[in-house]
Write a protein that binds this ligand. Structure first.
Ligand code: 3HC
Ligand code: NAI
Length: 693
C-alpha cells in the first residue's frame, strides 16, 4: 500500500469508513491530496469490514477545487480523472459530506461520489470559467446529467455557486443535514447500505439530457441572451460546447471532448491572465506594514456628507451592507433630489427583480437624510463627497473634526485632490484617509483607499475592512494627482485628444479600445460622464476641443450630443459630421499637421503605452504597492478585460523592450511626454518583466 500523506486521513467507525481531507486553507486538490484520496479509497474498498464510505473535509470548507498554484506546470500523477474514477468505481456507497463551498474540482469530486449530503449553508459551484477554463474533471458531463442542461449551462458558464436548498431541489444534493455533518453522512451511508440502494453513478444517467438531444434551441437562446456578457471571452463559449457534448454524445465521448477543450483553454493566454488576476486580487488585500491582525474600528453608524451622484451611491452601499447611514446635504432641495434618486435606483432594481418591495423599504429605512452636520456626532466613520474643491473639502473637515467622536475615521471621496492637505485641516490627520469610490458607487466594485502621509495603520486597516464589508474590492494607493486609475486615464486621454487632432476620427479611436475588450473608448466615456464636468460657460475660452463642444451645446449623452450624436431616447453613439468639422477647424487654426494614415496599431500604442508608462512612474514613486494592484484598479474600476490581465500584465505580454523602443520613436516625433519612465528603461535593458508574476 502506498504511503498515506497526512492531508487525507482514514478512520473506520462501525463499518463506515470516513475519509477526511485536511489541506488548509481551502482543501484544494493538491497532488498529495489526490494521492491521499486514491490511497485511502482503495484501502477502504479493500477492507472487508467497511460497508460504506464518507468523504468529508476538515476546516472551513469542502474542497474548493484544483490547486491553482499547480497550473501551468505538468500535472503530477495521479491526475484528476484517476482520482475521480477511483471514487466512481467504488463498489460500496460513497457519500460526500459538504460544508462551506464545493467548488470546481471539489464539486466534481462530490459528483463522482454516489450520494451528496450537505449542511444548509453549503454552496455548490463550477467557477472554472472565471479562471478562463472549463471544468476539467468530469463536471461538464456529470452536472448536466444531474440538474439538466439548462441549469448546468447557468452554473458552468455563469460560474456562480448555488445554495444547498437549491442544490437539493435540483437533485444535486440528496439530503440537508442538521447538526453534525459527518454523523449525518455516516447515518446516510448506513441507510444506503441497509436499504441496498443501488450505487447512483451519474455517468449512467441519461434522463435529464435526452430530451434536449438533437435540438439546439436551448443553446442558441443561451448564446443570444448572454452575448454581451461573454464578449471577448473564450472560456464561456468553450463551456457551452462541453454541455452540448454532454447532451449529444455518450459519457465517454463527452469526457474526451471536455478534456480536449480543457487542455486548449489551459494552454491559452486568457486562462493565464485570469489566473494571474485571481491571485492579484488576493494579493491586493495584503499591506506589508499593516498586518492582517491590525485592529480595525467596528463601523456601526456612518455619515455621508453630500448627497449628489457619489454621496447617494455611497449611502446606498452602507444601506446594502445593513449599516445605518445619515446623508447630509446643504439645502432641502438638494437633499430631496438625492433621496429621490436613491429611491428611484432601488425601485428600478426591484422592477428588474433584484429586490422585493420590502427589501427596498428596509434599505431606505437605513438611510436618514438631514441638513445638519451634527449627525457626525454619532458616526464611527464619515465619507465626505461634496464638490471637488479643496477649500470646501477643508472647511467640511474642519467642522467634522469638531463634531465627530475621537475614535471616528474621516474619509474623503476626492477623485484627485491632495488628501494630506485635506487631513491638515483637522487636528487628527492620523484618522483621515481617502476612499475613492467609482461611479455609479452602488455598482462599481473598486475603491482606491488613499493612504495619507499621516494615516494610521488602524485607519488604513479600517478603510480596507469596511470596503470589503461593503462588498467592494479595495486597493491601497498613495497620494498624487488622480491616484492610480485616473492618473493613468489622464495620460490616455491626453493622447486620445492628440490623435483626433492629428486626423483619427473619434469613433476609430474608440473602436480600437472596444475591440480590445474595454466597455467603451475615451470619447464615448467622456460623453457618458458629461463633457461639462468642471466646465464653466462664463470662463470658457474655446481653448480645447472639449470647451468648443460644450460651447456648441454638445455636453454629452445627456444633451443628446457630445463627441457623438445621439438619437432621442438612444444611448447609441453615432459619428457626428459636426464634430468632425469642429475638430478639423480647431486643428487648422493651430496649424497642426493632419494625416489620414493613422492605423489601428498606432492608435492602440498611443492609447495604451502612455498608461503603462504612467503605471511605471506610479510604481517608481511607490503610489501603488505592486504592478498587480494597478491591474486590479483597471479591471474593477474601468472594465479592462480580465482576460487580458490588466495594463501592467499586458505590458509584459507585449514585451517591455518593444514598448520602450516604440516610445523612443514617438519621443522623437511627438515630444518628451513620450520619454519612457526610468523603471521601464531598466526593465527593458534587463530583459525582465514589470508585472507581478
Ligand atoms: N488553489 C490554490 N489556492 C487557493 C485556491 C485554489 N483553488 N482557492 C483559494 N486559494 C488560496 C487563496 O489564494 C488564498 O491564499 P492567501 O491567503 O495566501 O492569499 C487562500 O486560499 C484563501 O482564499 P480566499 O482569500 O479567497 O478565501 P475566502 O474564504 O474569501 O474564499 C473560496 C474561499 C470561496 C474557496 C475562494 O478562495 C475561491 O473562490 N477559490 C477559488 C475556487 C475555484 O476557482 N475553484 C476552481 C479551481 S479550477 C479547478 O478546480 C479545475 C478542475 O475543474 C480540474
Ligand atoms: P455632485 O455635484 O453630484 O454632488 C456634490 C453634492 O455635495 C451636491 O449635492 C451638493 O449640494 C453637496 N454639497 C456641497 N457642499 C456641501 C456641504 N458643505 N455640505 C453638504 N453637502 C454639500 O458631485 P459628485 O459627482 O457626487 O462628486 C462628489 C465628490 O466625489 C467629488 O469630490 C468628486 O470629485 C468625487 N468623485 C466623483 C465621481 C463621479 O464620477 N462623479 C467619481 C469619483 C469621485
Amino acid at each position: 500500500m502506498a504511503a498515506k500523506p497526512d492531508s487525507v486521513q482514514l478512520e473506520v467507525r462501525d463499518g463506515i469508513a470516513v475519509v477526511t481531507i485536511d489541506n488548509p486553507p481551502v482543501n484544494a486538490l493538491s497532488r498529495h491530496v489526490r494521492q491521499g484520496i486514491c490511497d485511502t479509497m482503495r484501502e477502504a474498498v479493500a477492507n472487508a469490514e467497511v460497508t460504506g464510505i464518507v468523504l468529508a473535509c476538515a476546516g472551513r470548507t469542502f474542497i474548493a477545487g484544483a490547486d491553482i498554484t499547480e497550473f501551468n506546470k505538468p500535472l503530477e500523477a495521479p491526475g484528476f480523472l484517476e482520482m475521480i474514477d477511483v471514487l466512481d468505481d467504488a463498489p460500496k456507497p460513497v457519500v460526500a459530506a459538504v460544508h462551506g463551498t464545493a467548488l470546481g474540482g471539489g464539486l466534481e469530486t462530490a459528483l463522482a461520489c454516489h450520494f451528496r449530503v450537505a449542511v444548509a449553508s453549503a454552496r455548490f459551484g463550477l467557477p472554472e470559467v472565471k479562471l478562463g477554463l472549463c471544468p476539467g474533471a468530469g463536471g461538464t458531463q456529470r452536472l448536466p446529467r444531474v440538474v439538466g442542461p439548462e441549469k448546468a449551462l447557468e452554473m458552468i458558464v455563469g460560474g456562480n455557486p448555488i445554495g444547498a436548498r437549491e442544490a437539493l431541489a435540483h437533485g444535486l444534493a440528496d439530503e440537508i443535514v442538521d447538526g453534525d455533518l459527518t454523523e449525518g453522512a455516516i447515518a446516510f451511508a448506513r441507510r444506503a447500505v441497509a436499504e441496498g440502494r443501488p450505487l447512483a453513478r451519474i455517468r449512467d444517467r441519461d434522463e435529464k439530457v435526452a430530451p434536449a438531444r438533437g435540438d439546439s434551441t436551448l443553446f442558441d437562446a443561451f448564446r443570444k441572451k448572454h452575448a454581451r456578457r461573454m464578449r471577448g471571452f473564450e472560456a464561456p463559449e468553450a463551456c457551452i460546447r462541453t454541455v452540448e457534448a454532454a447532451v449529444e454524445r455518450s459519457f465517454d465521448e463527452g469526457m474526451a471532448r471536455e478534456q480536449e477543450i480543457f487542455a486548449e483553454l489551459m494552454a491559452g493566454g486568457q486562462a493565464r491572465a485570469q489566473q494571474y488576476f485571481f491571485f492579484s486580487e488576493r494579493e491586493a488585500a495584503k499591506i506589508p506594514d499593516v498586518p492582517r491582525n491590525t485592529e480595525t474600528l467596528d463601523v456601526r453608524r456612518a455619515v455621508v456628507v453630500g448627497g449628489g451622484t457619489m454621496g447617494g451611491g455611497i449611502s446606498m452601499c452602507f444601506a446594502n451592507a445593513g449599516i445605518p447611514v445619515s446623508m447630509v446635504e446643504r439645502d432641502q432641495e438638494a437633499l430631496d433630489r438625492g433621496l429621490a434618486t436613491i429611491r428611484r435606483n432601488y425601485e428600478n432594481t426591484a422592477a428588474r427583480g433584484g429586490f422585493t418591495a420590502e427589501q427596498v423599504e428596509e434599505r431606505l429605512g437605513l438611510i436618514d437624510g438631514t441638513l445638519d452636520l451634527e449627525a457626525a456626532r454619532e458616526a464611527d466613520l464619515v465619507v465626505e463627497a461634496v464638490f471637488e474643491e479643496l477649500g470646501i473639502k477643508q472647511e467640511t473637515f474642519r467642522r467634522l473634526d469638531a463634531l465627530a467622536p475621537a475614535h471616528a475615521v474621516l474619509a474623503t471621496n476626492t477623485s484627485a485632490l491632495d488628501v494630506n492637505a485635506i487631513a491638515a485641516a483637522t487636528g487628527r490627520p492620523e484618522s483621515v484617509i481617502g476612499t475613492h469610490f467609482f461611479s455609479p458607487a452602488n455598482i462599481m466594485r473598486l475603491v482606491e483607499v488613499v493612504r495619507g502621509e499621516k494615516s494610521s495603520k488602524e485607519t488604513v486597516a479600517t478603510a480596507m475592512a469596511l470596503s470589503r464589508r461593503l462588498r467592494k474590492v479595495p486597493v491601497l494607493v498613495g497620494v498624487c494627482h488622480g491616484f492610480v486609475g485616473n492618473r493613468m486615464l489622464f495620460a490616455r486621454q491626453r493622447e486620445a485628444t492628440r490623435l483626433i487632432l492629428e486626423g483619427a476620427p473619434p469613433e476609430e479611436v474608440d473602436a480600437v479600445l472596444y475591440d480590445f475588450g474595454l466597455p467603451m473608448g475615451p470619447f464615448a466615456m467622456a460623453d457618458l460622464a458629461g463633457l461639462d464636468l468642471g466646465w464653466n460657460a462664463a470662463t470658457s475660452t474655446g481653448s480645447t476641443i472639449r470647451e468648443r463642444l460644450c460651447e456648441a451645446g454638445r455636453r454629452g449623452q445627456k444633451a443628446g450630443a457630445g463627441y457623438y450624436d445621439y438619437e432621442p431616447g438612444s444611448r447609441t453613439p453615432k459619428p457626428s459630421p459636426v464634430v468632425a468639422r469642429i475638430i478639423r477647424e480647431f486643428a487648422e487654426e493651430r496649424q497642426l499637421r493632419r494625416r489620414d494614415d493613422i492605423g489601428r496599431e498606432e492608435i492602440f500604442e498611443r492609447l495604451v503605452y502612455p498608461m503603462i508608462n504612467e503605471g511605471a512612474k506610479i510604481l517608481e514613486e511607490g503610489v501603488a504597492l505592486r504592478a498587480s494592484d494597478i491591474d486590479v484598479v483597471w479591471v474593477y474600476g474601468y472594465g479592462w478585460p480580465v482576460y487580458r490581465g490588466g495594463p501592467m500584465f499586458h505590458a509584459d505580454e507585449i514585451g517591455v523592450d518593444r514598448i520602450v523602443a516604440r516610445m523612443k520613436e514617438l519621443e522623437a516625433s511627438h515630444g518628451e511626454e513620450w520619454r519612457p519612465a526610468a523603471l521601464l528603461e531598466r526593465v527593458a535593458s534587463e530583459g525582465g518583466r514589470i508585472g507581478g508574476r
